[in-house]
Design a protein around this ligand. Structure first.
Ligand code: ADP
Length: 457
């Protein structure tokens, strides 16, 4: 855990007492700050009040605003929240937990990763490669461990941080030695206003970089390519373009199952086609970015390629669970909309597809183009009826109701038909809230069913 001493003896307001807010209160309290804190969910306040002597839960209207040295807001809370408005009126600095980490451990190196998709995978992959090479990076931020729950690091230590656009909006002094922006597609526009606002937030990951710093930028969508060009034109840092769509001069790209680097005098090629956790074109982008970062960090081509082979992948993101009786099983529970589910449909063929839950706007019409790869669809949850109507006449389907029923029928049919490369894939293209607490619980259920099948239960 980080101990933040910069606010010792001072009063700090903390809004939002979830994972990152909890860690923030602990770090500030341990460092001798007086903390006033609040969460709009009442239970969170009670628990915190019991945990710390120097922290008091009280509504922001009652905070001693004139005394506050800083206002720390959880990234998920919009800056239009009345407490944030009040902070601005009072000229109180508004910060996030990443800023406190940076203030507390200024000697360490910082690698930051952002983008609309692939942040978690790329963060985990970079963390894995550095760890495999014998370094001891601390990996977290938006992914996994909250920034202030990580261990303190001094000179020679490295933080690998997944950064959401919300977290980037809150940075003041943090500077990334290596900053990655992967891609941009419409998301979170209710907060950022429009795509330009969203891009502007992402761009903060490159703020304050200088000559010795590095920007790794995906160029596969028009917004990100424009950003890459603008950064090159600035000439303040080294910029490495990356692509999953074709050759890039002085960059790194994915092509035909290989990662190809044109960063050194001679071209270097890394074969990633047999790494189950990196299957799919989208993972080509994640792998190219990770390669570029680790080379810039100082690792050798050989060390990077060797480490990539043992990347276990992240749970619920096209997680390959192995083969049983000639059939592959893939848990892509994180694919909660059709865009994300498309990645799995593009990667496997033939697919025994488990889909459904709470449908998102846009539905699954866009996925009909993959009909030839879908051997059969097994529908669950609220979206069953709607999905059945869309698939009618294009894809054979069965309305199964529950995951158990869908899994049993999909596994049986795939095995019976005995087609080469067959895969039972959970890629719901839906939220999970009708039947599960979240996508993690849904994915864990699928994994359990696979394990039971493997054990012959
Ligand atoms: P994030 O942390 O940005 O949400 P993840 O690494 O958790 O991203 O991946 C979430 C989903 O997004 C994956 O299941 C996959 O379908 C898709 N995805 C992953 N990487 C990329 C990428 N580079 N480009 C587009 N989609 C991606």
């Amino acid at each position: 855990m980080i101990i933040t001493t910069a606010y010792s003896g001072k009063t700090v307001g903390v809004l939002g007492l979830g994972r990152s807010g909890n860690a923030t209160v602990a770090a500030l309290a341990a460092g001798g700050a007086k903390v006033v804190m609040w969460d709009d969910v009442p239970n969170a306040n009670k628990m915190q009040d019991m945990a710390f002597h120097s922290a008091r839960a009280m509504p922001p209207e009652q905070w001693p605003w004139g005394e506050l040295a800083a206002f720390i807001i959880s990234p998920g809370i919009p800056l239009t929240h009345p407490a944030a408005v009040r902070a601005r009126e009072m000229h109180c600095p508004i910060l996030g937990d990443i800023e406190l980490l940076y203030e507390s451990c200024p000697q360490a190196r910082y690698i930051g990763i952002t983008g609309t998709n692939g942040k978690s995978t790329t963060t985990a992959l970079i963390g894995h490669i550095l760890t495999h090479a014998g370094l001891k990076p601390q990996v977290g931020g938006n992914l996994g461990t909250a920034a202030l729950s990580l261990s303190p690091l001094g000179e020679g230590g490295t933080y690998v941080l997944e950064m959401s656009s919300y977290q980037l909006d809150l940075l003041q002094r943090t500077k990334f030695d290596i900053a990655v922006h992967l891609n941009l597609s419409p998301d979170h526009l209710e907060r950022h206003g429009d795509m330009d606002g969203y891009l502007a937030a992402k761009r903060h990951i490159f703020d304050r970089q200088g000559n010795n710093d590095m920007a790794v930028v995906g160029i596969d969508d028009a917004y990100s390519e424009g950003l890459c060009r603008a950064l090159i034109a600035e000439k303040t840092r080294r910029v490495i373009p990356i692509s999953a769509m074709g050759p890039v001069q002085q960059g790194v790209f994915a092509q035909g199952g290989n990662i190809i680097s044109r960063l050194e005098k001679t071209e270097r090629v890394a074969d990633i086609s047999r790494i189950p956790s990196l299957r799919g074109a989208h993972n080509g982008q994640n792998a190219a970015a990770s390669y570029a970062v680790c080379l810039a960090y100082g690792l050798s081509h050989e060390a990077i390629v060797e480490a990539m082979q043992s990347f276990p992948g992240l749970p619920h993101r096209m997680q390959w669970l192995g083969t049983i009786g000639g059939v592959q099983f893939v848990n892509d529970s994180k694919a909660t909309n059709s865009d994300a589910a498309e990645k799995a449909l593009l990667t496997y063929d033939p697919i025994y597809w488990i889909a459904g839950g709470v449908a998102k706007e846009g539905g699954i019409e866009s996925l009909l183009k993959y009909a030839p790869r879908i051997a059969h669809a097994f529908l669950i949850g609220e979206a069953e009826e709607m999905f059945a109507q869309v698939l009618e006449g294009h894809v054979p389907y069965t309305r199964c109701g529950t995951m158990e029923a869908a899994f049993a029928q999909a596994a049986l049919m795939a095995r019976k038909e005995g087609k080469k490369d067959a895969a039972v894939v959970l890629a719901p293209a839906c939220a999970s809230f009708d039947q599960y607490k979240n996508f993690e619980e849904r994915g864990a259920h699928f994994v359990r069913l696979v394990e039971e099948l493997r054990d012959g239960k």
